[in-house]
Design a protein around this ligand. Structure first.
Ligand code: GLU
Length: 420
């Protein structure tokens, strides 16, 4: 998936979003300045032995953005285009995300510059273990708790948990979330991001007068978040999935695609491209395709000032982090498109991560029904909190979610006071 161009720096976007909301609710001076700065950053350069016996040096980052509300939380992504500024933006977004759903965390993010698709499994394991060792003193169940993100998964988390535990000399399941059940993972964590997104779409559709049952959906990005959201909207809410894409390209079929069969095709061939009976479409075109609901579920900077006017969907549900630029927000708001912002729409993942961490710390595990019920309650309540602010202040949902989140973070900062 391509970025919108090197000129769009995600951390500039993140800071512009903070300014928009700080202007709206009158946050100025030192507090505004603090909100625009990450608290701690660690960059590590480290060697990894490749399968052919050579060594390569990789660069990784971990940014802890704000910890006023609790230990920091956020995923680790593996991608060739990871930059420190991208990780800073993602760490800021995690801060607001945890505050929107009101879970007791600050925000963090990690990233390693690499192309995991070209790495062999052993290379990936050694890279992960070495990166985990390099950041080991920076993370911990009471400090900063990583999780999966783009191109990392439960296996990656298992290696991090094991590496950290080996260094400590005892097992520490609560150091990461998104683990397999056998290592203290939670029921329902695997599909939590997509499930949370589907709940928010269901709730918002009622207010926006958008049809989900019998309505059409286009999904850009068919990883964990996008595929689960598509499956649930199709299976549980009766939506027709008309277009799907991944990093290699997309497919469209106005009569409807079965997302499970498309998933099967992707598992076998490595991509949704070439799915029998569907027409090819590009990752840019899928954004503008005819559908009631558009789910960007890939990377940042997809909906910009250039293409916002051509979006045909009535609702944009951001399963990805940072897919929409601020100028596009304004354009979509004017077009009366309902945007469900990332920090709300994809917060189901970190919410069940919180459940996982709470279960690990207690050593007491919940059933899938209990996890999903609690997730649904959090998502429904958070959507309604955001909606109230949007209506009261006559702003779009992103600004409303930011008002709610930033106010909560600022309250925590002010109540704690400045040390010393
Ligand atoms: N990477 C996910 C996100 O962007 C999950 C983070 C977490 O569970 O800590 O929200």
């Amino acid at each position: 998936m391509e970025r919108a161009g090197p000129s769009v720096n995600p951390f500039d976007t993140a800071r512009r979003q903070i300014d928009i909301v700080a202007d709206l609710i009158g946050i100025n001076g030192g507090v505004r300045e603090l909100l625009k700065h990450p608290k701690r950053e660690l960059t590590v350069n480290f060697p990894v032995r490749m399968d052919d016996g050579s060594y390569r040096v990789f660069t990784g980052h971990r940014v802890q953005y704000n910890m006023a509300r609790g230990p920091t939380k956020g995923g680790i992504r593996y991608h060739p285009q990871v930059t420190l500024d991208e990780v800073r933006a993602l760490a800021a977004w995690m801060t607001w995300k945890c505050a929107v759903v009101n879970i007791p965390y600050g925000g963090a993010k990690g990233g390693v510059v690499c192309d995991p698709k070209t790495l062999k499994i052993g290379e990936l394991e050694r890279l992960t273990r070495r990166y985990a060792s390099e950041i080991a003193s920076f993370i911990g169940p009471e400090i900063d708790i990583p999780a999966p993100d783009v191109y990392t998964d439960s296996q990656t988390m298992s290696w991090i948990m094991d590496t950290y535990s080996m260094q400590k000399g005892y097992s520490v399941p609560g150091v990461v979330t998104g683990k397999p059940i056998a290592l203290g993972g939670s029921e329902g964590r695997g599909e939590a991001t997509g499930r949370g997104c589907a709940y928010v779409i269901r709730e918002a559709a009622k207010d926006a007068g958008v049809r989900v049952k019998g309505g059409t959906v286009a999904v850009q990005g068919f990883g964990n978040a996008g595929s689960v959201a598509a499956n649930l909207l199709h299976d549980e809410q009766g939506a027709t999935i008309v277009a799907i894409s991944d990093s290699k390209g997309g497919i469209v079929k106005p009569e409807g695609l079965n997302p499970h069969t498309v998933e099967e095709h992707k598992r076998k061939t490595g991509s949704v491209v070439g799915f029998p009976g569907a027409k090819a479409i590009s990752n840019e075109e899928i954004l503008e395709t005819k559908a009631d609901i558009l789910i960007p579920a890939a990377l940042e900077n997809q909906i910009t000032g250039k293409n916002a006017d051509r979006i045909q969907a009535k609702m944009v549900a951001e399963a990805a982090n940072g897919p929409t630029l601020p100028e596009a927000d304004t354009a979509l708001f004017q077009k009366k498109v309902t945007v469900l912002p990332d920090i709300l729409a994809n917060a189901g993942g970190v919410t069940v991560s919180y459940f996982e961490w709470a279960q690990d710390i207690q050593g007491f595990f919940w059933s899938l029904e209990e996890v999903n019920q609690r997730l649904e309650r959090v998502m429904v309540r958070s959507y309604s909190d955001v909606r109230k602010v949007a209506v009261d202040k006559k702003v779009h949902n992103r600004s409303a979610a930011y008002v709610l989140a930033i106010q909560r973070v600022v309250d925590a900062m002010k109540t704690r006071g400045i040390y010393p």
